[in-house]
Design a protein around this ligand. Structure first.
Ligand code: NCD
Length: 465
């Protein structure tokens, strides 16, 4: 990966996120004094998926810093339609600019791009994987409202399965100690790989709660029944038991404010079967904001909206989404300036107290490849390294380093072992996974010279013949 790229929100340490937000605030307050600081610099904006806010605000940000922008906003106008690979396209564009911003429909495309770029790459959304710069402006907006995020309640509503903004935001909120409450559309809860990551990397339990107040968000499309919503308790000191749910009440009447972060159903990422059977979906309109439970709720949305956020609340003083979109400019100005080295990070090295520790890696593509058909490493396999990180908790799994989806191998072998075992027999205690072998099926294990345990025993006995 090109050093200094921003592919997932975990590429930034907590102090770096704070640096981005602090400088953004200065830039918002004194915009004119930053005019021209990037006058020598050129940014390549490569958008292979539709975009209004992200592309527009990156362009505006660069130009407000005095830099210039080249690029493409239409995949059909590039040589990719002639069969050129993403790797080659990126190689070329990176030789024309000092910084690259890429949005692409494949999960892991930004990571693949960073492996072929000569300049730092910023992920502006890669399939349903991540959208770290949206998270930065979401955090900026939340910080303006709350000051600190520690202990603050954020209700994430809508398409938590395919919404990339939500995935990046959850990981960041966990680091800042917020309490997250999930109110997903039916069948659109957080995917397993995100839940497992939260559990393994952040060691936080996810608890189902019943919450009558939040149930109102489904009221227009669900009849009478109570919706179960999930909550993550953020800090070890926070109550962990179901009996303490009263204290998890949103304290709406007591005047504690909280954020309602709505998202659009990501129809373009659904299979035709899923989109043919749309289920209940949380919506926010003026009748919701009139309820006393929501009197202190302020509303965010990454936009674009469809019908989950009614225009009837646009003029409501609790609506923050247009301001949130506007915050995209100072936040991206700040990020560009820091990534170009125009201002120093407050701590010298990236990655200090940054993302969670990683497990051992596994990169034997002939034995295991990523299961995700929309992963950049699957689609452009000739240019990808097919590496995985091995995790033992909460279950043994290989996490693709491009799309971060997990593959569960069917068999494993012990270090220097001669036989393969079903993955269900994998040691329960923590082991150094680096020397274990992992196999998709018996065929791949046998191709590695491994044998079925029973056959070895039989052969051992047969050896005396
Ligand atoms: C989001 C995106 O592209 O993921 N939009 C944005 O960048 N503001 C959200 C969405 O498309 O629903």
């Amino acid at each position: 990966m090109y050093r200094g790229s921003l592919i997932t929100i975990e590429d930034l340490s907590t102090s770096q996120i704070e640096d981005v937000l602090d400088l953004a605030q200065e830039m918002e307050q004194n915009r004119d004094s930053f005019r021209g600081v990037a006058s020598h610099a050129l940014m390549a904006n490569l958008f292979f998926e539709p975009s209004t806010r992200t592309r527009g605000s990156f362009e505006s940000a660069m130009k407000r810093l005095g830099g210039d922008v080249v690029g493409t906003s239409d995949a059909t106008s590039t040589s990719m339609t002639k069969g050129e690979s993403l790797a080659d396209t990126v190689r070329i564009w990176s030789s024309y600019a000092d910084l690259m911003v890429i949005r692409h429909p494949w999960e892991g495309a930004a990571r693949l791009a960073s492996e072929y770029s000569d300049v730092p790459v910023i992920n502006a959304g890669d399939g349903s994987h991540e959208h770290p710069t949206q998270t930065l402006l979401d955090l900026y907006t939340l910080r303006k409202e709350f000051g600190t995020l520690q202990g603050k309640k954020i209700v994430l509503c809508g398409d938590l399965k395919n919404g990339r903004t939500v995935h990046s935001l959850v990981y960041a909120l966990l680091r800042f100690g917020a309490v997250i409450i999930f109110v997903p559309g039916e069948g659109l809860g957080l995917p397993d790989h995100v839940l497992h990551k939260i559990e393994a990397d952040y060691q936080l339990p996810i608890q189902p709660i019943r919450h009558r107040g939040l149930e109102a968000l489904y009221s227009r499309n669900r009849s009478g029944e109570e919706e179960e919503v999930d909550v993550i308790y953020m800090t070890p000191s926070y109550p962990h038991t179901l009996t303490l749910f009263d204290s998890m009440d949103l304290h709406m009447e007591k005047g504690e404010s909280f954020a309602l972060y709505a998202t659009r159903r990501q129809g373009e990422r659904e299979s035709s079967v899923e989109s043919d059977r749309p289920g209940a979906y949380p919506r926010i309109d003026s009748s919701i904001l009139r309820m006393s439970d929501f009197s202190k709720a302020f509303v965010l949305h990454p936009l674009p909206r469809v019908d989950e956020l009614s225009p009837s609340i646009d003029a409501d003083p609790r609506s923050r989404y247009f301001q949130q979109a506007r915050n995209g400019v100072p936040v991206r100005m700040s990020l560009i300036a820091l990534m170009l080295g125009l201002y120093p990070w407050s701590k010298a090295s990236r990655g200090d107290e940054g993302g969670p520790p990683r497990g051992a890696s596994w990169d034997e593509p002939e034995v295991i490849v990523c299961d995700n058909p929309n992963c950049a490493a699957t689609i452009e396999s000739q240019n990808a390294s097919h590496s995985f990180t091995i995790y033992q908790r909460p279950l043994i799994r290989l996490v693709c380093s491009y799309c971060e989806r997990e593959t569960i191998p069917s068999y494993f072998s012990y270090p220097f072992g001669e036989v393969y075992h079903p993955i269900t027999d994998f040691p329960k205690e923590r082991v150094d996974t680096g020397r274990f072998g992992f196999y998709r099926d018996t065929g791949t294990a046998q191709a590695r010279g491994l044998r079925h345990p029973r056959r070895v025993t039989q052969e051992g006995q047969d050896a005396g013949e």
